[in-house]
Design a protein around this ligand. Structure first.
Ligand code: FAD
Length: 344
């Protein structure tokens, strides 16, 4: 996974998946029915995909293939879409730039506009021929690739160890367990993840599974993301032959062991990146449940006149955005400045 000062620049398609997920989630939250009942319910959401490019429409359909209670209808033009909308009221519109006007024409419908950052993507594409120079082990394996030079990565356990050591070096006493002392003038910074749902009811958990494998036959200099519509997984070199493969993104708070299906997807993804991973050792399988707000954007929320600050909703961006959240809280405590991620 990448870690950098600024958010990574995912491809438009990855952004689309994030949006679709949010949409699905919103629908789920509006309809708090039990899973058993879900299975019996007929289609509840209609997604209208409007794009002149048939491949793009197919891609969106593929993205939504496993999403339950969704019916996908396609339209190749705005005129066709408006016609469809008169008898099949869509709940969500997914349109590409060529059909952008459908968004204003059906302004009451929630919309996702696929906006390729053309300049950025074409810059990245120029590097495709150089894939073999940059990652010799991937030479000749892929016909195209995208390269984003500003991205960085780090092994998460080493980062956590480093941060713990730095906090202690700064003189902070760490007490595990127990409850914080309730002194009137204290500020409590609450980073309890999902456990804070007692105070933040719109938090939800998103399950993630990852594998750790060791191979001395493959060398990668940087994280490689497989661009696949449903399995957009990363292979992240952690050094010393270790590679983190992950992570799945599943809308459930079940923190049970890694499923066979997910393990197959993750291992299959690694194998697709390089067949020599077939000989790798499986070192560890891990599961976690990420805390997320409905829009998947992390926040610091100020309550009780600043005496209680919740820092939560880190979702997939924990390591990436933690420094930004920490800065937002520190600025607020030091000067009262309210940054974008801090909500009063
Ligand atoms: C498989 C997987 C892979 C991931 N990979 C990456 C990655 O590569 N890069 C990245 O940036 N992010 C990644 N993430 C996301 C990242 O792990 C989360 O964003 C991050 O863990 C959220 O951090 P948090 O501290 O806000 O919440 P949490 O990690 O949920 O931590 C909350 C902590 O609070 C503790 N707690 C709860 N109640 C109390 C209490 N009363 N008193 C004291 N402590 C309490 C809990 O025990 C827990 O340790 C991944 C997530 C998963 C599941």
């Amino acid at each position: 996974m990448t870690a950098n000062e600024r958010a990574p620049s995912p491809s438009a398609r990855v952004r689309l998946e994030a949006e679709v997920l949010t949409t699905q989630l919103t629908a789920d939250q509006e309809l708090p029915v039990s899973r058993a009942a879900d299975a019996d319910m007929s289609v509840l959401r209609t997604v209208l995909v409007v794009a002149s490019d048939a491949d793009l429409r197919r891609y969106v359909r593929e993205c939504l293939r496993d999403v339950q209670r969704v019916r996908v209808i396609e339209a190749a033009s705005v005129t066709e879409a408006l016609d469809v909308a008169t008898h099949d009221s869509p709940h969500v519109l997914i349109a590409d730039w060529s059909a952008a006007s459908v968004v204003s024409a059906l302004s009451e419908v929630r919309a996702v506009l696929i906006a390729d950052d053309l300049a950025e993507i074409s810059d990245a594409r120029q590097a495709a021929n150089e894939l073999g120079d940059m990652e010799p082990d991937l030479a000749g394996r892929f016909t195209s690739a995208l390269y984003f030079p500003d991205e960085a990565h780090m092994p998460a356990p080493a980062a956590l160890e480093f941060m713990l050591a730095e906090v202690q070096r700064a003189g902070v006493e760490i007490v595990l367990g127990g409850t914080p002392p309730a002194e009137a003038n204290d500020t409590l910074i609450d980073c309890r993840g999902l456990a804070a749902r007692d105070a933040l009811p719109n938090l939800r958990g998103v399950r993630g599974e990852r594998l750790l494998i060791r191979s001395h036959e493959v060398e990668l200099q940087r994280p490689v993301q497989l661009l696949h519509p449903r399995v957009p997984l990363y292979v992240v070199p952690w050094g010393d032959g270790l590679f983190m493969i992950g992570a799945t993104l599943i809308e459930t708070e079940d923190a049970g062991p890694v499923s066979v299906r997910s393990a197959l997807e993750l291992l299959g993804g690694a194998y697709a990146v390089h067949p020599a991973f077939a000989e790798a050792e499986i070192i560890d399988l891990g599961v976690g449940v990420r805390p997320a707000f409905p829009d998947n954007v992390p926040r610091a929320l100020v309550r009780e006149d600043g005496r209680h600050i919740f820092v939560n909703g880190a979702y997939r961006h924990g390591f990436l955005l933690a420094p930004v959240l920490a800065r937002a809280v520190a600025d607020y405590l030091e000067s009262g400045r309210v940054s974008e991620l801090l909500v009063r």
